[in-house]
Design a protein around this ligand. Sequence first.
Ligand SMILES: Cc1cc2nc3c(=O)[nH]c(=O)nc-3n(C[C@H](O)[C@H](O)[C@H](O)COP(=O)(O)O)c2cc1C
Length: 459
Amino acid sequence: MTTHVRLGVNVLASGRHDAAWKTLPDAATLSTDIDAFTRIARVAERGRIDALFLADGPGGLVEESHTRPWRALDPVTLLAALSQSTDHIGLVATTSTIFGHPYTVARQIASLDHISKGRAAWNIITSQTPVALAAYGLDHGFSQEDRYQRAREFAEIVTGLWDSVPQEAVVADAARNVFVDPARLRPIDVRGRHFTAKGALSATVPPQGRPVIFQAGQSEDSKAFGAAYADALFTGQRTLAGGQKFFADVKALARANGRDPSQLLVMPGLFPILGGTEAEALKRKAELDEGLDIAFLHGELARHFGLDPDDLPLDEVLPFDRIDAAESGVPIASRWPRAQILSEARPRGWTARQAALSNIIGGHRMVVGTPDKVADDILHWVDTGAADGFNLNIDVQTSGLEDIVDHLIPILQARGRFRRDYEGTTLRDHLGLDHFQAGATRGHLSVPLQPALRTGTGD
Ligand SMILES: Cc1cc2nc3c(=O)[nH]c(=O)nc-3n(C[C@H](O)[C@H](O)[C@H](O)COP(=O)(O)O)c2cc1C
């Protein structure tokens, strides 16, 4: 049976291309303009897209933000507003397990699920950029092991809290003057190395039973964590072979955890630039690229490789031996972009200029061409076991999204590979994920915490 492709839209108000903002008259205010986000949400919903995906850089602007608009608004707040101007599309909010407390996140995402009537998702990230650490008053980050231990404790508490107030507990019995029956609550009592939480959430079990959990990461620890806790993985894969390996690895991990692998979706990022003909698409990219600051991108490329820009002459093939030799000096935040860029640059023998112009800030794979070419690419990845769908990066908002909705989606629909209308009302419905029964959450978690961690829960 051929399956439908899952498609999210990775939302940035101006678009993903780093020079998109230079083509937009209102760029200075777009990132805080609810009307701009509403326009994007409505076009995406017209295209029957599964979900709007809001990445986030906790703690403020990231280092490169002085060259382009960045993510300004708090994702949960923004998505709650967008839920009121849309009816179907899913709403994915990114929050980190490094900063803040899980009770806050459990409450925020449960609230979003109630407010949107079952369209919320939590995208778990574990990043700890220096900017974010500084903003939260931390003078150092956590070790890799601690980052994922923290993430596990965080996810245990969040999912336990989502499950802690079954609707049946709210008896609203006026005659007996009993509103909530405490005996029917399922309070948690989690004591971890990083987080402790006791009690029940303020809100009843969310409409989806459990809001969808996305997770974004790349390392082996990240895969193991995602295969235990997530419903969908957002990943960056620039080559088909790399995508197939990631897909096979995480599906195997899900299976090893006793999970149905079809219930763990893999959605790499994809950055299409469309044109009516191949030449038109290349022209669109070339015109946008004219707005890029090549010296800045050259510097970023060198930084990701732990080298000096002088080591990477722009129009010479990248010095792969030298790049490999410098690997140990690469900053942590550059590990993912470095691996991404090299996976594509090495087999293609790219020059530094080609690499610098390949979306090194956003990171995701670019496909430049006609809607037919991009549709073929998407289906090839899905049909050869590299993806269940994609998180689409839009070159310029909203023209790029309109091109996708008006020209790419109809091709996928005509091939019977994308919905013509939403099948249901919740994000779980759109993604083909099972509905969670209240009370089932804990049974689902397949990687138990250390025995000492969870004590006396309401199981
Ligand atoms: C596809 C993808 C998307 C990510 N999105 C974000 C994001 O929105 N904000 C953020 O701070 N970190 C983001 N990250 C970073 C991850 O949360 C994590 O810090 C990074 O992958 C390094 O951890 P790892 O080596 O264990 O994978 C993303 C990573 C990937 C692979």
